[in-house]
Design a protein around this ligand. Structure first.
Ligand SMILES: NC(=O)c1ccc[n+]([C@@H]2O[C@H](COP(=O)([O-])OP(=O)(O)OC[C@H]3O[C@@H](n4cnc5c(N)ncnc54)[C@H](OP(=O)(O)O)[C@@H]3O)[C@@H](O)[C@H]2O)c1
Length: 326
């Protein structure tokens, strides 16, 4: 018998309930994976509250990211074999469990040098950082960029990777302790945005010129001010809503503020094919294995305390990555 977290009604962390279930034998193109660690992501909160509708409705098991060991493979699966270490970061939903059956074509093989916890923490967040820095806007040496929530899961990866690409990194954080963590991971100019006006600081740092790109996963609380940090024809990358979604935006503002561009990307459109997924994941594996990007697993919770993990993430008490342990 396996255990999984099930959501029967949208709501607060208390709707995350532990239940027993029997995963099906893997069918054609499927594998059964024994999880060793599960990645916690802010998107799990959006699904829990119903901000993002789960594709197959209620009830559902949250989670899109985990690492583990292949236990059994279904018909036609040639890329994976029992005993192999694997990880995934693009779902499908259902990672909050100790054992699951899922499509083989979403899995990636994990090399021995990368631990189970790091593998579970680096897939969704690392692949997000990768497409944001290399595809949504290709960061170049000499660029100065702004990363919001710089000490968070995606944030710490963005800071380190952008620094490696030759950028000067400005990052916002919710406390002085977080500022030190961001600084230790490549953020040249941490700004405590709960105390300081980040627009004024960005203007001062860039000599009034503004930035080519802002990476904003905070959403409602930072969106409008982020536009004021951009240079003319700069790119606003709004990739999340930790403080709430951005709604009712008047496009004319983009013209007034400098013929700006806005994109609202999601990882799933950058990893839709097997080729795209492998290119993205292998880039992440390489920077982690080479030590260019350190994946900081700063919080661990047992799977049955998923609600506590959600409370910590949504009340801004976490830094870096968080994993659930089955
Ligand atoms: N579009 C995509 O492809 C994609 C993929 C992955 C993640 N994301 C998004 O990226 C963002 C970061 O994800 P993550 O999992 O790494 O989370 P995280 O950054 O570790 O946690 C969220 C952080 O947002 C900041 N924040 C600011 N205002 C907040 C508020 N009112 N409530 C809660 N947090 C607030 C907090 O940092 P401070 O205290 O420092 O402000 C908090 O620690 C999320 O918006 C997520 O949805 C998007």
């Amino acid at each position: 018998m396996a255990r999984r977290i099930v959501v029967h009604a949208f709501g607060g962390p208390e709707v995350l309930r532990l239940e027993s279930y029997e995963p099906p034998a893997p069918g054609s193109g499927e594998v059964r994976v024994r999880h060793r660690a599960i990645g916690l992501n802010f998107i799990d909160i959006y699904f829990r509250t119903g901000l993002y509708p789960p594709p197959e409705g209620l009830p559902f098991t949250p989670g899109l990211e985990a690492s583990g060991v292949v236990e059994a493979v279904g018909e036609g699966v040639t890329e994976f074999r029992p005993g192999q270490r694997v990880a995934y970061g693009t779902g499908p939903l259902g990672a909050y469990t100790d054992l699951r059956t899922m499509p083989a074509d979403r899995l990636v093989a994990i090399p021995d040098e990368i631990s189970d916890e790091v593998a579970a923490a680096m897939m969704l967040k690392g692949m997000t950082a990768r497409y944001l820095l290399k595809q949504t806007y290709a960061v170049k040496p000499g660029d100065t960029i702004l990363v919001h929530a710089a000490a968070g899961g995606v944030g710490l990866i963005l800071c380190q990777w952008a620094k490696h690409l030759g950028a000067t990194v400005i990052g916002t954080v919710g406390s002085r302790e977080k500022a030190e963590i961001a600084r230790a991971h490549g953020c040249d100019h941490p700004i405590v945005y709960t105390e300081e006006d980040f627009v004024a600081r960005v203007k001062a740092i860039t000599g009034g010129a503004g930035l080519p790109v802002v990476y904003d996963g905070v959403g409602r609380a930072t969106f409008m001010k982020s536009l004021d940090c951009l240079r003319p024809r700069g790119l606003m990358v709004s990739f999340g809503n930790a403080s709430g979604p951005v709604e009712n935006f008047n496009l004319g503002i983009l013209s007034q503020k400098g013929s700006l561009y806005v994109t609202r990307p999601t990882l799933f459109h950058y990893t839709a094919t097997r080729e795209e997924l492998l290119a993205c994941a292998n880039d992440v594996i390489e920077v982690v294995r080479d030590g260019v990007v350190r994946i900081e697993v700063n919080q661990r919770f047992p799977l049955d305390q998923a609600a506590e993990a959600h409370r910590a993430l949504e009340s801004r008490r976490t830094t870096g990555a968080t994993v659930l342990l089955p």
